[in-house]
Design a protein around this ligand. Structure first.
Ligand code: ARG
Length: 414
């Protein structure tokens, strides 16, 4: 039984039914919450009595717990809820449409997904900060073009990961903010004649309220950027765990073996996270394309927004949790790092800067040092430790102060 069987009845072709049906059980608790809110306003307008309201509220909180009650014969979650409410459910759709209903429920879901993402980001940032603290003074080569550049500390490098995660946190907060207003009361597109009170923070324009999916796109963008960052972190872990680099050892809690080669320890977590960035970008591109050129107000095309967000939410959660386990178990191979950072050529820039301090124009200094590298007479005359100590990186207070400051940006209260 559809919500519109009065118009189309039983003539619908089964193939069309397959196309129409929304796979949207994940919306269930949010739709129940939005429906209870609407019922409260119907009561306020004298359209539901107190008994009907409390019956609705009770039933809705039970329905919210049980997604298995949604049947293949329900067109979508909204239809399922109305059916499950029984006779009193026949009153609850007054003054609303599935258009404002789905937008309201979806906004609640996106807000939850953003809060969840921020919690999981915090967990990853905090384990990264602990690793950075342990390795605050561990010297390593810093790279550009994946060629050795200048000595840095592993702590300094790990703090760069934390900066990326901090920006992701901000982006999820912005997406939550974009989802904060309420489309309820917009009805199908033009409100209703029933004199129902508006929700607090009601959207200003009912046509926009049922058409807008910016909040979902903002979420998918935040998720794609996070995935991009995790893919870069993942790639570094993959590289560092190779025999060729040998900078870190993978924890067995987050590594896999090979079905054929008994010796292998593989960084599948880092690889999967790297791979999921492609899917995350695809979800954003997909919904952008769905919304492009779509006339106002609601169109059924918009049903495509949900699988994208549901999938992104699952990947955000799984990727961050997996990476938290992986990063918290990484062990630096300090011998290999010391060996790599002992490369005297990492100090070429220091030697050029020494010449500058002595009054040599930088370009001349650069050419002199380059010539000594080319003819094999380069002599550093300094050490990686001295070089790092002489540079105020990642800030004037060094790695430990930067870690302390970063801790305040993650976790509760941040
Ligand atoms: N399942 C639909 C969606 O996700 C709900 C809204 C349907 N509205 C309509 N006018 N057919 O978009």
């Amino acid at each position: 039984m559809t919500l519109w069987s009065g118009r189309v009845g039983s003539s619908l072709d089964p193939a069309v039914w397959e196309l129409l049906r929304a796979n949207d059980a994940e919306l269930l608790p949010y739709d129940c919450a939005a429906t209870a809110e609407h019922a409260g306003r119907l009561h306020g307008a004298g359209l539901l009595d107190a008994g009907e309201l409390s019956e609705l509220e009770e039933k809705l909180s039970a329905i919210a717990q049980d997604p298995t009650a949604i049947l293949a014969t329900d067109e979508d979650v909204h239809s399922a809820i109305e059916r499950l409410l029984g006779p009193v459910g026949r009153k609850v759709h007054a003054g609303r449409s599935r258009n404002d209903q789905v937008a309201a429920a979806f906004r609640l879901l996106v807000r939850d997904a953003c809060a969840e993402a921020r919690e999981e980001i915090d967990a990853l940032a905090l384990v990264t900060l602990s690793f950075a603290e342990t390795e605050a003074d561990t010297l390593m080569p810093g790279y550009t073009h994946l060629q050795r550049g200048q000595p840095v500390t592993l702590g300094h490098h790990l703090l760069a990961w934390v900066e990326m995660l901090g920006r992701d946190r901000t982006r999820f907060a912005a997406a939550a903010e974009a989802a904060a207003e309420s489309p309820l009361g917009a009805g199908a597109l033009a409100g209703s004649t029933l004199g129902i009170d508006p929700p607090t923070a009601q959207m200003r324009n009912s046509i926009d309220a049922v058409s807008d999916r910016d909040f979902a796109l903002d979420y998918l963008y935040a998720a794609a950027m996070l995935a991009l960052h995790l893919s870069r972190i993942g790639e570094e872990i993959v590289l560092w765990a190779t025999a060729e680099f040998g900078f870190v050892r993978l924890p067995e809690t987050a590594s896999t073996g090979s079905s054929m080669m008994p010796q292998k320890l593989n960084p599948d977590v880092a690889e999967l996270v790297r791979g999921k960035a492609g899917t995350a970008i695809g979800r954003l591109a997909g919904l952008l394309a769905t919304v492009k050129g779509l006339p106002l107000a609601y169109d059924r095309d918009l049903q495509e927004d949900k699988p994208a967000v549901f999938g992104a939410r699952r990947d955000v959660r799984d990727s961050l949790r997996g990476m938290t386990v992986l990063v918290s178990g990484l062990a630096a191979n300090r011998d290999r790092l010391a060996e790599a950072v002992a490369d005297p050529l990492l100090l070429a820039t220091d030697v050029a800067e020494d010449l500058v301090r002595g009054g040599v124009p930088f370009r001349d200094a650069h050419e002199q040092v380059a010539a000594s590298v080319r003819d094999g007479t380069f002599d550093a005359g300094t050490t990686a430790a001295e070089s790092v100590a002489a540079r105020p990186a990642p800030g004037p207070g060094g790695v430990r102060e930067a870690i302390a400051a970063a801790r305040g940006r993650f976790g509760k209260g941040a």
